[in-house]
Design a protein around this ligand. Structure first.
Ligand code: ADP
Length: 161
């Protein structure tokens, strides 16, 4: 069985993330979407909330599971029997950091490879940060995130401010 991990912050999941997850699920038998705990980044949603939002969005994809993990990504991948980590690439600006991480991960775990999927052109501009910025000013979020989670984002923004 071919297994892949799609790691990220997903704060919150966007249509760009979903596009990468769906394409990964077509290539691999099993996909683990992993919300990585990252104390460096200030997040809008808690890890548990992010997991719940992703689960709601991917519930029609039978071979996709959503979890959280902390610690080393390659350790998580190994635990799941995944030989591949999938990352999406939007623009050249993503490349330096992603390349560096891929090499560092291979150094600590040579059996696990990182594969990059080119972003779908209609989502190259899209990030969770853009979504949060738009939500802050009450923009229509339908072009940015799955419909099932729009209300959660609006509510979270309202409660915050
Ligand atoms: P991280 O903090 O690990 O970068 P993100 O949630 O920002 O987490 O992104 C998770 C993954 O999804 C990364 O591989 C990122 O490049 C990819 N990604 C994010 N937005 C898009 C998009 N619009 N199109 C394609 N890939 C994307």
């Amino acid at each position: 069985m071919k297994t892949a991990v799609c790691p990220g912050s997903f704060d919150p999941i966007t249509l760009g993330h979903l596009n990468i997850i769906k394409r990964t699920a077509r290539i691999f038998d099993k996909v683990y979407v992993c919300v990585m705990k990252n104390s460096e980044k200030k997040s809008l949603f808690t890890e548990e909330e992010r997991v719940e939002l992703i689960r709601r969005t991917v519930k029609h994809l039978d071979n996709v599971e959503v979890e959280t993990a902390d610690g080393l990504l390659v350790e998580y991948a190994k635990e799941k029997g995944a030989a591949v980590i999938i990352r999406g690439l939007r623009a050249v600006s993503d490349f330096d950091w992603e390349f560096q991480m891929a090499l560092a991960n291979r150094k600590i775990e040579p059996a696990i490879d990182t594969l990059f999927l080119a972003s779908s052109e209609k989502y190259t501009y899209l990030s969770s940060t853009v979504v949060k910025e738009m939500a802050k000013y009450g923009a229509d979020l339908r072009e940015f995130v799955p419909r099932e989670i729009i209300e959660d984002i609006v509510n979270k923004m309202n409660n915050k401010g």
